[in-house]
Design a protein. Sequence first.
Length: 157
Amino acid sequence: MQDPLSTLERELMLLGRHAAIGAVRDGASTGRLERSAYLLLRRIDAEGPLTIGQLAAAFGLDVSTVNRQTAAMLRSGVVERIPDPDGGMARKFRITAEGARRLDRDRQWAMGGLSRVLSGWDAADVTDLTRLLTLLNTSIEDREGRPWPRDDEHARS
């Protein structure tokens, strides 16, 4: 019998692999946001306009890395720089209408893939998986000191 932590590590590795190779995709991946852009847009969408420093801190990345990622996002028109609405010196990134459209499209596409994969699952199993993944993610976030903003009923369950 294999150690449960070893099995969990393997399954999480495989989950990351499936997401990376698009196993839940429907084959129509053209025009999708880059993974980093999707994650940054989801964070800005959850919190509102953020500076490069705030984004770097939220993801535990170097400012130079986030600077490269946001520069690409600016070029693609999914974010724009705005003055800090609170009067701070640093400019913030805000999602553009095009960015909101693409983020919503990619989120719907991802949810469609999940729906296809989970189509034969019992609703209680989906609820259990959601609860346990939220618990895992919030435990990781607590250890790192970088919580993801959540406003749903699954937060900290």
